[in-house]
Write a protein that binds this ligand. Structure first.
Ligand code: SAH
Ligand code: SF4
Length: 382
């Protein structure tokens, strides 16, 4: 047995966690612990409201549920979020949580407050199989899909921290969700879909699909389903406008080249001038940042007739990366060129740098700290 493996209470409690179940699963779970069939529908409604509208973490507050049933539920079930091991707040208000899952793996969620909205960046996998060369997540060896409960859990953790229960009708702190954390959400579509359906449910957290954006590196065969079955906004990690360059920095381009990707974007259900597809473009010095690249970007978006906006992201360096961020003037010139062609291309300033809010960085830092601690512990004391 590996003595260092963290054991969370969940592994020993043996209770059914109701948080993250779909309505059907919740109903089945209630019946399984002894709720009579005849009551199952009503109890599911009640529990759903308590868990997702009110943010209940225990059964004692559920005053419209009989005392006996509350006792039964407390004995057999729980309403649990994954464990937060580090919670940070940046000078600019950005918050970040390092979250430990029941098997000891860790993911991150980041909350970014702005004047008119508050966006939670959610992870969909532990690590990522896609190894985009500029991305730190792609260097992490361990990869597994998150469960729906683990994805919803990130939203619950943020809402707990923001004290945003019950779900407010408007003026929300957490008003938007982006699936832009660790992992490729379209490689874990079923769980992402279940989690987002829970988040969108009108009797629970009730976040509109128009306020949810899924970011993909370009898993072409799943894009249509994403639009049809979830109807969320789409963001595409483009990062290059020529197949040779994109092949080199994003291996998935070898499988689904630009022509196929852009055709899928043009056909994305629900995309329109008022619901544009976002193209993310990390500015990599000498790789994708020339005016020729900007020209080709504009040409492609026009050619495929895609209602588009472009987000220019100054490359966020990490230890060991071969890339550098483009010069400031270059980024500005690129942005201006695209803007002048009539396509919005703002420069997205990285937020929360002081808490390592960029993808994957807090997790790596925490691993380093832990390794240092272990080394210290292993050393005989003086
Ligand atoms: N796997 C999905 C979701 C991650 S989204 C996707 O790739 O779309 C995170 C966004 O940040 C992506 O656009 C990703 O390409 C970009 N990104 C990754 N590493 C970056 C870095 N070091 N600097 C700037 N942007 C980066
Ligand atoms: Fe994975 Fe997205 Fe990072 Fe590429 S950019 S390695 S797809 S998380």
């Amino acid at each position: 047995m590996n003595m260092l493996r963290p054991v969370s209470p969940a592994e020993t409690s043996g209770k059914t966690n109701l948080c993250g179940l779909s309505r059907d699963e919740l109903r089945a779970a209630l019946v399984a612990v002894g709720v009579p069939e005849g009551q199952a529908k009503m109890r599911t409604q009640q529990l759903w409201h308590w868990i997702y509208n009110r943010g209940a973490t225990g059964f004692e507050v559920m005053t419209n549920v009989s005392k006996d049933l509350r006792a039964l539920l407390a004995e057999t079930c729980e309403i649990r979020r994954p464990e937060v091991t580090v919670a940070l707040k940046s000078e600019d208000g950005t918050r970040k949580w390092l979250i430990r899952l029941d098997d000891g793996n860790e993911v991150e969620a980041v909350f970014i407050p702005e004047d008119d909205r508050g966006t939670l960046c959610v992870s969909s996998q532990v690590g990522c199989t896609l190894t985009c060369r500029f991305c730190h997540t792609g260097t992490q060896k361990l990869v597994r899909n998150l469960t729906a409960a683990e994805i919803v859990g990130q939203v619950m953790i943020a809402r707990d921290a923001l004290e945003e229960w019950p779900s407010p009708a408007d003026g929300r702190l957490l008003s938007n969700i982006v699936l832009m954390g660790m992992g490729e959400p379209l490689y874990n579509f079923d769980n992402v879909k279940q989690a987002m359906k829970i988040v969108m449910d009108a009797e629970g957290i009730s976040l509109s699909r128009r306020r949810i954006t899924l970011s993909t590196s370009g898993v072409v065969p799943m894009m249509q389903r994403c639009g049809e079955e979830l109807g969320v906004n789409l963001a595409v990690s483009l990062h290059a406008v020529r197949n040779t360059t994109r092949d080199a920095i994003m291996p998935i381009n070898n499988k689904y080249p630009l022509e196929e990707l852009l055709t899928a974007c043009a056909n994305y259900p629900g995309a329109s001038n008022s619901r544009r597809i976002t193209f993310e473009y990390a500015m990599l010095k000498g790789v994708n940042d020339s005016l020729d690249d900007a020209r080709e970007l504009v040409r492609l978006l026009r050619h495929y007739d895609i209602p588009a906006k472009v987000n220019l992201i100054p490359f966020n360096p990490w230890p060991g990366t071969a890339f550098e961020c483009s010069d400031w003037d270059t980024i500005h010139a690129f942005s201006e060129y695209v803007f002048e062609a009539g396509i919005s291309a703002p420069i997205r300033m990285p937020r929360g740098r002081d808490i390592m809010a960029a993808c994957g960085q807090l997790k790596s830092a925490s691993e380093k700290i832990r390794k240092a601690d272990l080394l210290k512990a292993a050393r005989p004391s003086a």
